[in-house]
Design a protein around this ligand. Structure first.
Ligand code: PXL
Length: 281
């Protein structure tokens, strides 16, 4: 039987992020995604306008009805939240469905490039940080890592590569000491490459990719889904991050130079076969 992951994230019609990014990744990796939408949006919030149907009051129905189905999950993967009350709903979900073998992956979606997302505020960030503390694996970008460890993004982002990576390690270890087993810091801009840095029991590694100008919607969501699926199917963390990094590198390379809007996300669809076990490399 396929492994199953509850994917708690929003559904955005445009932007190739959150559920529209995660669902195909889980499926192609042989893991069944069970979506629990936090909101339904016409398009992601980086576009100048969007309509958001907040799903807070529907979330408990998923917990209750899935409980009645006798559902069980090998993993739970969380992403975008529309407000702080949704974290309480997720805690209730965890109470019901998180067993000793269930892998909890929290992508602490809050901010990017030194800026908190327009729809997030400090209170929501505090709630996300509380959820992150319970996770087995978190996948913050550098801005989110700083929000989780006392701030200071501007200073750290300006450091030369060696000092930057040392500070990332110090902050990641602080979070690991707090009880999060695996911290994967994504999209760290080094001098000539972009790095995904892995800190886990007995594992310290930096997976490098080609660095392109600009950033695109949904890349963090594709990454966290690929890592979660790989871990749930039994890959070691180093292999999971290597695979996710190569997939993102190809999808981004396919998008830069096309002149597409960053809000439209990356052309990942044709690169999904890379994620199939034993598939095209
Ligand atoms: O990719 C993160 C994300 C997810 N969902 C929505 C967003 C964003 C980032 O802006 O707006 C709705």
């Amino acid at each position: 039987m396929s492994k199953k992951v509850a994917v708690i994230n929003d559904l955005s019609g445009f932007g190739r992020c959150s559920l529209t990014a995660a669902i195909p990744v889980f499926s192609v990796m042989g893991v069944q995604p069970c979506p629990l939408p936090t909101a339904v949006l016409t398009n992601q919030t980086g576009y100048p306008q969007f309509f958001c149907d907040d799903y807070t009051d529907r979330m408990d129905h998923f917990t209750d009805y899935w409980g009645r189905l006798g559902a069980a999950f090998d993993g739970i993967c969380t992403g975008y939240f529309a407000n702080g009350r949704q974290i309480e709903k997720v805690l209730r979900f965890l109470e019901r469905f998180r067993g000793p073998e269930t892998l909890l992956v929290v992508d602490p979606v809050m901010a990017d490039d030194g800026r908190i997302y327009d729809t997030y505020d400090e209170a929501l960030c505090r709630e996300v940080a509380l959820l992150a503390r319970r996770a087995d694996v978190i996948t913050p970008n550098l801005t989110e890592l700083c929000l989780l460890t006392g701030g200071g993004y501007e200073a750290i982002a300006a450091l030369p590569e060696t000092e930057l990576l040392a500070d990332v390690e110090r902050r990641a270890e602080m979070l690991r000491t707090g009880g999060i087993g695996t911290v994967i810091v994504t999209g760290v801009h080094a001098e000539e490459t972009i790095c995904n840095c892995v800190f886990s029991e007995g594992v310290r590694l930096v997976e490098r990719a080609r660095r392109f100008a600009g950033s695109y919607s949904g890349t963090g969501d594709l990454f966290s889904a690929a890592v979660c699926a790989a871990l749930v199917r039994g890959d070691p963390v180093g292999r999971a991050v290597k695979l996710a990094t190569r997939f993102l590198e190809r999808a981004i390379a396919d998008t830069v130079g096309t002149g597409s809007d960053r809000n439209d996300g990356v052309n990942f669809e044709r690169h999904l076969p890379l994620l199939i076990e034993g598939g095209e490399r």
